[in-house]
Write a protein that binds this ligand. Structure first.
Ligand code: SF4
Length: 158
């Protein structure tokens, strides 16, 4: 994706997304699948293209390869024009509008509202590590199933 990031309002409710994530949670079968995909460049390309199309339509995904959706109310932080991973910048308006694209709501305001409405507001207390741009374009599902996301967030709750 080459266009400049614009806050994207997810097309499915957060509650459905949390349920879907439960179905995709890491288990032995998914770990096996991820390992198989990584051994077959062609299968990996097809799988990654499917992930790209589905998540782009639903969440505005930009294929960072290290998916933060489960901790952000399923609002993609990479659609923030500044690609901030830990909350909004100081430019968000009092009405919750993006500083760069004032016609749309800040994606972090969306994340807050969606997470709180689904009973996951405390997820926003988690501190996200910086994005590793070497993972850009790779499958975040495969990375997740392979356990590469395990240290992506840091607990900072008191
Ligand atoms: S993989 Fe990255 S860019 Fe895609 S939805 Fe998740 S956080 Fe956003």
């Amino acid at each position: 994706m080459s266009t400049w990031p614009t806050p994207f309002r997810p097309r499915i409710p957060a509650r459905w997304s949390y349920r879907l994530h439960a179905v995709l949670a890491t288990n032995r079968a998914y770990r096996w699948l991820a390992a198989r995909l990584e051994r077959s460049p062609r299968a990996y390309r097809v799988f990654t293209a499917t992930e790209r199309v589905s998540k782009e339509k639903l969440f505005g995904c930009r294929m960072c390869g290290q998916c933060a959706l489960p901790t952000t109310g399923y609002a993609c932080p990479m659609t923030c024009p500044k690609q901030l991973r830990n909350g909004p910048c100081g430019g968000v308006s009092p009405e919750g509008r993006c500083e760069v694209h004032p016609a749309v709501r800040c994606v972090w305001v969306l994340a807050h509202d969606r997470a709180v409405a689904a009973g996951h507001g405390t997820d926003l207390d988690l501190l996200q590590r910086p994005v590793d741009h070497r993972e850009q374009g790779r499958s975040s599902w495969v990375n997740y199933w392979q356990g590469r996301d395990d240290t992506m967030v840091i607990e900072v709750r008191p």
